[in-house]
Design a protein around this ligand. Structure first.
Ligand SMILES: C[S@@+](CC[C@H](N)C(=O)[O-])C[C@H]1O[C@@H](n2cnc3c(N)ncnc32)[C@H](O)[C@@H]1O
Length: 241
């Protein structure tokens, strides 16, 4: 079940660590991860401040987009010329702000967060950023909010309630621009997605989503072994169905 607002405090206190066991699983050799991080542009400026604040002040800093993933999102925006981005799951705003920085003038990030307390933190980080004017933060359950958004979006970043990934996919696919890309985080779920004995609702949702995308003949997709597993999906080129 998704968290209703009155259950949020308990959920926040007890569940984050269980729901998001780790951002970088032990599936990838730690020496390779260290080397990759040493050769990836570090966070700086107000984004660096937001990332450091998240690291020092939240009980589950691993929920924030890791450096490699944030830089991948930026690269996708630059390469694809994205102008309008939808992020599902804001947390403290690090992902939203790294994407906002990569957008051209007039570009927008619409970011959705269910938890009003963490949304207030994100808003502080957004207000402190020179790219904050590009970010619209909407507080509420993502599925309800998406229903009222028009799109089209050039990039959709799915990073919220794992059990809802199949529903997020159904909701955003019609709002994806012709040459848009969906980016979904936590496909490995710290290794649980690969463990057939793991049956919690988030892991089941993630596995269902991976299969759903794989079987969707209207898209091409790739599952990257970056961070906790990142799925990219985009419309099939014409004639490639
Ligand atoms: C992994 S964190 C997002 C990290 C963020 N994308 C970043 O780049 O730093 C997941 C966030 O999704 C939020 N969330 C969970 N369920 C949600 C829902 N149903 N609707 C909107 N947000 C939700 C959580 O409160 C949490 O802040």
């Amino acid at each position: 079940m998704r968290p209703s607002p009155h259950r949020l405090s308990a959920w926040r206190a007890h569940s984050w660590r269980r729901l998001y066991p780790c951002a970088v699983s032990d599936l990838i050799a730690s020496a390779a991860l260290r080397y990759a991080e040493q050769h990836t542009s570090p966070f700086g400026g107000s984004l660096g401040v937001a990332a450091a604040w998240t690291q020092d002040n939240t009980s589950a800093p691993q929920m924030m987009s890791a450096l490699a993933e944030a830089r991948l999102l930026e690269a996708l925006i630059v390469v694809g010329g994205a102008r309008h981005v939808l992020e599902i799951g804001t947390f403290t705003g690090v992902g939203a702000l790294s994407m906002a920085a990569a957008l051209p003038s007039g570009g927008t990030v619409t970011t959705l967060e269910v938890d009003p307390e963490i949304a207030a933190v994100a808003r502080r980080h957004i207000d402190a950023s020179p790219h904050g004017h590009r970010v619209e933060l909407i507080v509420g359950d993502a599925l309800d909010t998406i229903a009222g958004l028009e799109g089209p979006f050039d990039l959709v970043y799915m990073d919220a309630w794992k059990a809802d990934y199949p529903a997020y996919y159904d909701a955003v696919a019609p709002k994806l621009a012709e040459r848009g890309v969906i980016v979904a985080d936590n496909l490995f779920r710290g290794g649980d997605a690969l463990d057939s004995t793991a049956e919690d609702e988030g892991t089941v949702g993630i596995r269902k989503f991976a299969t759903q995308v794989q079987l969707d003949v209207t898209v091409h997709n790739v599952l990257l072994t970056i961070g906790d597993g990142v799925m990219l999906a985009w419309r099939c080129p014409p004639g490639e169905h």
